[in-house]
Design a protein around this ligand. Structure first.
Ligand SMILES: [Zn+2]
Length: 424
């Protein structure tokens, strides 16, 4: 990569962080190094550090998510029906035609109205899942006003991105009504890459404050880990995720020159140094293994098949009921809710595939991170902490279908397998 990569580790400068000493790593007895070290027993020892109450709560939270995913999907289809089976979509088209003309502007303005109304219709679901339920499980720190403010910002971004994307897509529909699913995939990927590139620079700072980590041993350790793994990083940052949530997390975002690893302040405050190093190693793994680019290509294949599926179904529905629904063809904006509904069916069906693609890369990053940081216990410890919001030990198929990251049990098992091979 030609552009300078800035490894940006976002850490927060709040009094909370400064006041609390870093927690120390406690390795449970069954997972301590020794002549009788056993991978299975060590994994179980880590899992047993969670109380039955903690596990029950985590299972209930995560399994509830399966139901909510299905409800969200069906609710979305209901919203699409509301647009199509009432005069709503036709009125939006008529209102749009009064102010603008041409395929780009017509579809962009139509899409803006659509994004706004869908957000409004889905508000009860967003409120329950994003605010009420998070507080009920003790996972959130934000007030209703602050949550609502974030929702408004997301809507503003959705309006700009959504209408721009729809505008370009409908020009493609107009020029290539039979082969749009191929060109549409190219447009979607370029758009996804562009959005990914600008997101950490323009969108992320709208929600949180990012600051450089002050000089010190933590910063030096992070930069040293980066240098050792061929990552040209020269700055370290942190961000105040605790404004919204208690969740521990980190991620890789951006593209080309904007690529960065982000760490949240919950991780810095609530996890021992060894865990922070292991998590950083994991995020660096995503970078070194080119997961952002691989992910884009995998997404491209899923979108290509999904658009082909959508074109096939859309044309059949329009041939049969186009007059009744007042949709003249693919280039008619009134068909947008139908398009979105069919695409959502595709992605719902593809859930086990997209989750498995993601989970596989996460497992690769886990291995990389343990190797780079040489902190198997730190990694197992943070895997237990993540069980707050991810079921610790699911069934085999349950993990394949529903998990976009490996389960805590699998992560601890992987770490303990590494530890066994490095006991000396
Ligand atoms: Zn990851």
């Amino acid at each position: 990569m030609k552009s300078k990569l800035v490894l940006v580790l976002f850490l927060l400068a709040t009094p909370v962080f400064a006041a609390d000493p870093a927690p120390t790593l406690v390795v449970p007895e069954g997972a301590q190094a020794g002549p009788n070290f056993d991978v299975e027993k060590a994994t179980q020892a880590w899992v047993d550090t969670l109380s039955p109450e903690q596990r029950a709560k985590s299972n209930a939270y995560f399994e509830g998510g399966y139901v909510l995913d299905a409800v969200d999907f069906l609710y979305g289809l209901g919203v699409a029906a509301l647009f199509l089976l009432t005069p709503l979509a036709r009125r939006m088209r008529a209102a749009t035609a009064k102010v603008v003309s041409g395929p780009f502007l017509t579809s962009a303005i139509f899409a803006a109205q659509y994004v706004f109304l869908v957000t409004l219709f889905q508000f009860p679901m967003s409120y329950y899942r994003g605010f009420q339920r998070e507080h009920a499980y003790g996972m959130a720190n934000n007030s209703f006003g602050s949550w609502l403010g974030d929702q408004a910002k997301e809507l503003a971004i959705g309006l700009v991105i959504g209408s721009l994307f729809a505008g370009i897509l409908y020009v493609v529909f107009r020029k290539a009504p039979r082969t749009w699913w191929m060109w549409g995939t190219v447009v979607s990927l370029v758009f996804a890459a562009f959005t990914a590139m600008i997101a950490p620079v323009y969108f992320a700072p709208m929600f949180n404050t990012y600051k450089s980590v002050p000089e010190g041993p933590t910063r030096e350790k992070i930069l040293s880990l980066a240098r050792a793994n061929g990552i040209p990083a020269h700055d370290v940052y942190w961000f105040d995720a605790s404004k919204q949530t208690k969740r521990i997390s980190a991620n890789v975002s951006g593209l080309l020159g904007t690529t960065r690893v982000s760490l949240n302040d919950n991780l810095m405050n609530r996890s021992p140094e060894e865990s922070i190093e292991a998590v950083l190693g994991h995020e660096m793994g995503h970078y070194v293994l080119n997961h952002v680019y691989k992910g884009l290509m995998e997404t491209g294949v899923i979108i290509l098949c999904g658009f082909a599926f959508t074109a096939f179904i859309f044309d059949r529905i329009v041939a049969r009921s186009g007059a009744k629904l007042s949709i003249s063809g693919i280039a008619d904006p009134v068909g947008l809710p139908l398009l979105v509904a069919i695409v959502s069916v595709w992605f719902f069906l593809m859930t086990p595939v997209t989750n498995s693609l993601s989970r596989t890369e996460e497992a690769e990053a886990d291995i990389f991170g343990i190797n780079a940081s040489r902190q198997p216990d730190g990694f197992a410890a943070v895997a237990m902490q993540l069980s707050e919001y991810r079921k610790i030990h699911p069934g085999y198929w349950e993990e394949i279908i529903f998990f976009d990251h490996p389960s805590g049990w699998n992560r601890a098992h992987r770490a303990m397998a590494w530890k066994k091979e490095h006991l000396n």
